[in-house]
Structure formats: C-alpha cells, structure tokens
Design a protein around this ligand. Structure first.
Ligand code: KG4
Ligand code: ZN
Length: 339
C-alpha cells in the first residue's frame, strides 16, 4: 500500500511516498528556514506564502522520485494539527483538492504522532513503548500503546525543550535556531562551568519546566555584564544544553521505571541533539533497555513520517471528512473521529 504524505505545519514544505508504512520511496523537503533566520524565528506569513509557492512542485517531485503517479497512491495523509494555522491550511487544502480530484481517500495526521512514526521508517520498532517527544513546540512523555493509541504521562508546564534552546540561543547571541547553534558550539565548551538549578514542578513528577533554566541564562549574562566580566558563550551553551538534557532524561528514566517500559523511543527535531542522543544511550545501557532514535534525516519535519503514521491511521479506518480543517493545537491522544 502506497501513501503520499504531505507536511506543512511550520517552515518545511514536505512530501513523501511510503510503502506499507515503513519503506520510504521518496522524501522531498523545501524549507524557508534561511528567510526566518533574518527575524530570529519563524514568521508565520512568510512560511504560509512559501508553502503556497512550493507545495505543487514538492508533491510532483515526491511522486516522480518514487516513480509513481496518483493512480498508484492508495491514500493521501496530511498534517492537520498542531502547528501554524496558515501554514497547515496550505497543506490541508492542497491535500483535500488532490484527494477529491483523483478520488483518493484522505487521512488526517497529527504532527506529533508523525514525529513518533519517524522511528518506524528508521528501524523496526513496534508499539508498545515509552516515547519522549522533544520538538520546537512540544515536550511530552507519551505511552504509545498502539500505533493509534497514546497516553500522555508528562508534559511541559511552560516552554518546549526546542523553544527553550532557541530562546536561550538568542539570549546568547547565537544564530536561529538556537537549538542547532547550541549543539554545534557545546563540544568546545565546559558543560560544568555553570550550574543551573534543577526545575521543580509541583503536581506531576513527569512534567517539565524550562522557563527557569532560560531565565538563569539571562541572569548569568546580565550579572557578568554588570561586573564587566567576559563570559565564555561556549561554556554557557554547553552548561545550558546539559541542564535541558538532565531534565529530559531524569523524567524519562523515572517514567520508564514507574510504568515498567523497557523499550524507549525518542522523537522530534531536538532528537538530533548529540548530547540528548548520548545521554539516552547511556541511560538505556545502564538499565539494559532498548533505545530507538530516528535517523538524523527524519528528526526534523518531513513528509515520510506523516505518510508512515497515515498508513497506520488508514488501516484503522481513519478518514478525513470533506470539511477537514486545520488546528493550531490538538492533544496527541485525541482521536480524529471524535472531533
Ligand atoms: O519539529 P520542529 O521542526 O518543529 C516543531 O514541530 O515544533 O522542531 C524544531 C526545533 C527547534 O526548536 C530547533 O532548535 C530544534 O528543533 N533542533 C535542535 C536540533 N536540531 C533542531 N535542538 C537541539 N539540537 C539540535 N541538533
Ligand atoms: Zn515538527
């Protein structure tokens, strides 16, 4: 079964053809990231306009690279939530029109479910497993009970991990996206140079909070400026990255022990972070757990992860109605049929 996946939730316009949920036949991505760098973050209107310009070409190229025509496609999967609303609408409307004109079933896909599925196209993992999701907009610990069954165990109380890295990166004067810049700079710094307080979150012991860490970076920079001291940004970047990774790994480890999961999966664009990957490997080695990480090329937003998740939603009977809309927010455990 061949699924065409379409993704446009942020600044990547992406399309891909995936066979039987696992075999990637094509994966095309156009990004407007360079333009957003000028503004230090994604500018929603620019992202939407670039999607409108690129989407036809990207989809055509994805079909071509997979040596397919629309006649070979069994279903179209499209990201409908969560994300930037104008950006999502471009993909949703394009997919709806394509599905209607070619009489192909349309499957709505939750973006974060797609990030989890980036592991299905990178390896042979199957649910059930415990998943840490870390992206620009999300930091979750989720029990993935089946391909379309999720239970949220932990959530962020404020910023997502990627968002905190991006904001801290900006405070340090680094290029957007800060997560990528901090990852690049950290190996040349001392991660023990600055000690940041471990955030305390009342209520759920699996929830995250990154705003305190972010404020500590600002305070550290301001204090040294006031004293007229030079600050080593590589040390600061490495220490902040360590602080973020410590929070993520501590909660993930606790949840895995408490809920008795021995299969650990990490998903989302921050999974590209080298410190997070190595700390997760150490944790799993310590406990004898299996760890699954997406290939680097599937960590960021792409159409293949949407096609993969779309396949599993499709065989469960999930179909978009003609009135499919886009949503800026949507919990991962909410089933489309109950919208
Ligand atoms: O998945 P994504 O494109 O957007 C959402 O769905 O939210 O995530 C982008 C985020 C940005 O915050 C970026 O800084 C972060 O992923 N990121 C990284 C790395 N690569 C991307 N953070 C840390 N280290 C990386 N290597
Ligand atoms: Zn994403």
């Amino acid at each position: 079964m061949k699924i065409l996946g379409i993704e446009s939730s942020c600044d990547e316009t992406a399309a891909s053809v995936v066979e039987d949920g696992r075999r990637v036949l094509s994966n095309i991505i156009a990004t407007s990231l360079e333009e957003h760098k000028l503004y230090g973050g994604v500018v929603p209107e620019i992202a939407s306009r670039r999607h409108a310009e690129s989407i036809s070409g990207v989809v055509k190229e994805a079909l071509g690279q997979a040596s397919c025509t629309l006649d070979d496609i069994d279903a179209i999967a499209v990201t409908y939530a969560p994300g930037l609303i104008g950006a999502l609408l471009v993909g949703v409307n394009f997919a709806k029109s394509l599905a209607l004109s070619a009489n192909i079933p349309l499957v709505p896909v939750h973006h974060i479910r797609g990030h989890i599925a980036s592991n299905y196209i990178s390896g042979d993992v199957e649910p059930p497993f415990l998943c840490l999701i870390v992206s620009g907009g999300h930091s979750h610990i989720v029990a993935v009970k089946d391909y379309t069954e999720f239970e949220i165990i932990g959530n962020t109380r404020d910023d997502a991990a990627g968002e905190a890295l991006d904001k801290a990166g900006r405070t340090m004067g680094l290029e957007y996206p800060g997560g990528v810049s901090i990852d690049r700079l950290s190996p040349s710094g001392n991660e023990n140079a600055f000690k940041f307080p471990k955030p305390r979150v009342s209520g759920s012991e699996y929830d995250f909070s990154f705003s305190g860490l972010k404020t500590s970076v600002l305070n550290t920079i301001n204090n040294s400026r006031q004293k007229g001291e030079e600050i080593n940004i590589a040390d600061l970047a490495a220490s902040f990255q360590k602080g973020v990774c410590d929070c993520l790994i501590t909660n993930l480890e606790k949840a895995a022990v408490d809920f008795n999961y021995k299969k650990i999966v990490i998903a989302g664009a921050v999974t590209a972070n080298s410190k997070l990957r190595s700390e997760a490997q150490k944790m799993c080695r310590r406990h004898g757990w299996s760890l699954y990480l997406p290939e680097l090329k599937y960590c960021g937003d792409n159409g293949a992860m949407i096609a993969s998740q779309g396949y599993y939603e499709f065989i469960q009977g999930v179909r978009a109605s003609e009135s499919l809309n886009a949503y800026a927010t949507m919990p991962i455990d909410k089933c489309y049929k109950t919208d």
